[in-house]
Design a binder for this molecule. Structure first.
Ligand SMILES: [Zn+2]
Length: 196
């Protein structure tokens, strides 16, 4: 009888110990799950922040690309406007030069000199400037292009500057030295520009 009670008592104690151990294990599992969950949420938050940064970077790149494109377009418009203005100025200069030459060809006796075509700075490497003219062939190409039809202009000018014209001998006789030489050079350069 006494032994049975003792046995039961021990059994209860073992049961209780077992229960305590189970509880401890469950608590450990629960804590591990909580830690894992906390870790998962931290990782998710980090990933969300990375995503925000990536989106921010993409927006900044797009913004920068748009700004670059806008600046390029602005610069292109400015360049086009500058070129158009230059072309207009070239045309005005050409018309003025042609009118002055026409007056001289019509009244060679009153002429003292022949106006030179403009000699703009030339960026062409190895450019050879004709001996009598200050303008190089590139200057002349630009000058005669100002009309909008260089071939037509060259055809007209070749007739006007033909060295065989009597007017150049008259000019030389009137003291306009170099008139014949200038006509010859202009005629030659125009010829080579025309055949290009
Ligand atoms: Zn040149």
């Amino acid at each position: 009888m006494g032994l049975r009670i003792l046995h039961k008592h021990r059994s209860l104690r073992l049961e209780k110990q077992q229960r305590l151990e189970d509880e401890a294990r469950r608590s450990e599992y629960a804590q591990a799950r909580i830690r894992a969950e906390v870790q998962r949420r931290k990782e998710a938050e980090r990933e969300r922040q990375r995503q925000v940064r990536r989106e921010q970077e993409v927006r900044e790149q797009e913004e920068s690309a748009r700004a670059t494109q806008k600046a390029k377009e602005h610069s292109q418009r400015q360049q086009d406007a500058f070129k158009a203005q230059q072309k207009q100025e070239d045309r005005r200069m050409y018309q003025q030069w042609r009118e002055m030459c026409d007056i001289i060809f019509t009244h060679p006796a009153q002429a003292t000199r022949i106006p030179e075509p403009p000699n703009w700075p030339c960026g062409d490497i190895g450019c050879t400037v004709p001996r009598k003219l200050k303008a190089c062939r590139h200057n002349l190409e630009r000058f005669f292009s100002a009309t909008g039809d260089i071939q037509l202009t060259l055809n007209e000018e070749r007739l006007r500057w033909s060295p065989n014209r009597r007017v150049f001998a008259e000019l030389e006789n009137n003291g306009v030295k170099g008139a014949g030489g200038m006509a010859t050079e202009l005629f030659q350069v125009m010829g080579s520009l025309r055949s290009e």
